[in-house]
Design a protein around this ligand. Structure first.
Ligand SMILES: [Zn+2]
Length: 157
């Protein structure tokens, strides 16, 4: 079941890639139903907060007419950063499930773990590693393509 939702999050990640953004995607699930989706688009939106998770959380809160999202789960293809983890806590999200780890900005255990801070959080469970290979491959392919494009630029000008 979680693979199905993560598969949908990966589809969202591909939408980000199609717009030249780092491919990260997210979906919010409530009672087994996908109620919101989001993909990474900080460049296109000129918005440093437009990570996939924030976009999906906003859409879910708007749909439910509630700034809190109890009973909701968020599936995301990359380990959430500090900002997104904080937003999930404020939303009182029930659970976050992520795919690939992010050694550079991950706040679910890679750089630090905001979710094991008893003083911060009593609402959100964390699970990592769901379809991690697929999500990592997508990110690797994106950055490889970008490096290849950067190498070609001087020759074509
Ligand atoms: Zn983030």
């Amino acid at each position: 079941m979680s693979d199905r939702y993560m598969g949908l999050a990966l589809e969202q990640a591909r939408l980000a890639w199609a717009e030249g953004e780092v491919p990260v995607g997210a979906v919010v699930v409530k009672d087994g139903e996908v109620i919101a989706t989001g993909y990474n688009q900080p460049i296109g939106r000129h918005d440093p907060t437009a990570h996939a998770e924030i976009v999906a959380l906003r859409a879910a809160a708007d749909k439910l007419g509630n700034y809190r999202l109890p009973g909701c789960e968020l599936y995301v293809t990359l380990e959430p950063c500090i900002m997104c983890s904080g937003a999930m806590m404020h939303a009182r999200l029930a659970r976050v499930i992520y795919a690939a780890v992010d050694p550079k900005t991950g706040a679910c255990g890679s750089v630090l773990n905001l979710f094991d801070q008893e003083r911060l959080n009593h609402h959100t469970e964390v699970q990592g590693g769901v379809m991690a290979d697929e999500a990592s491959s997508l990110l690797r392919a994106f950055f490889a393509e970008r490096r290849a494009a950067a190498r070609k630029l001087p020759a074509s000008s």
